[in-house]
Design a protein around this ligand. Sequence first.
Ligand code: SAM
Ligand code: SF4
Length: 369
Amino acid sequence: VSHVVLGMPGLRRGAPGTTPAPSGRPDGRPDDAGLVDRFGRHATDLRVSLTDRCNLRCSYCMPEQGLDWMPDERLLTDDEIVRLVRVAVDRLGVREVRFTGGEPLLRKGLERIVEQTTALRTADGVPPQTALTTNALGLARRAAALAAAGLARVNVSLDTIDRERFARITHRDRLPDVLAGLAAADAAGLTPVKINAVLLRGVNDDEAPALLRWAVDAGYELRFIEQMPLDAQGGWERSTMVTAQEILASLRTAFELTPDPAARGGSPAETWLVDGGGPDGRRRVGVIASVTRPFCGDCDRTRLTADGQLRDCLFARGETDLRALLRSGASDDELADAWRGAMWAKEAGHGIDDPSFLQPVRPMSAIGG
Ligand code: SAM
Ligand code: SF4
């Protein structure tokens, strides 16, 4: 590893082996590389939010009464989304596309968007890898069609397997629908099915071992995510969030965890083998410690919101308005150039754990998690 793996990256010109052509631009940005930044990171993983709406109300994400949803005319159309994804894959080196939200299954055109995305080809001549982050409501009915459209994998958010707790966290009594969606995703081959869980103190922070037992038995790959300051109501507190260290300590009361020899790459999850990997050698658990062990130095993300704003980070305080460019008749070249310029300006890190940290104006549900 040639640079800082965790925390902040050092200022650097060019990633190893991919030294971009020098340019005469005053900001030093190479003319023609993909999505590179001043710290030598390459963004190859695009997160596309398809809507800010949701049919759950997870307490760490949005208030019980919901939010003021974006008006339809501000949302990108299916065709506009596909065009921007095409620019990213054709011209900017994006290799992975993840659809998220809000709840992406609320988007009727999802199957078509996935199909048109997987029809694209990266510079290596292969389709981009597509994935979906979802609460799984309604997935039971759509998993097969999504797989047929070319979707590769799903990440399902599930914080508890106790029905009452589920209803308390999400304000909806829908655990059976989520479990049905998970089973359907598995049956449709959207594997490995991953589960994202957030632990909340005094609500489900005692459930980590039970959740892991259930997930390994079902063949799902569980990852715990530290709660981040991204809820719409500003309810996050550093002092009460459940840390990665606590989660691991709790898991170790029931399992033997050993570091996973598989390379982490740009993945935010640090993974451990569960009881030696189990009989099939594939049992693992991940922890995404965005707050206590930030991975900004290895970030490979670029983000598009449902209303066509480009963000270089979940925690960015600025955005680039690709929708306005698109609707004023910009060419693919112009869109690509604006995208490169936005990523070049990406900051070294988010600084959540720093007292001067300011929460972004948009909540997670309107950015795309
Ligand atoms: N509705 C879909 C879902 O829940 O999977 C996709 C959008 S959701 C915003 C994406 C992910 O963000 C989910 O795994 C959710 O648990 C996570 N998330 C939401 N708010 C969070 C917060 N404040 N801290 C950490 N993770 C959060
Ligand atoms: Fe909806 Fe996902 Fe937010 Fe839960 S985390 S309220 S499912 S957008």
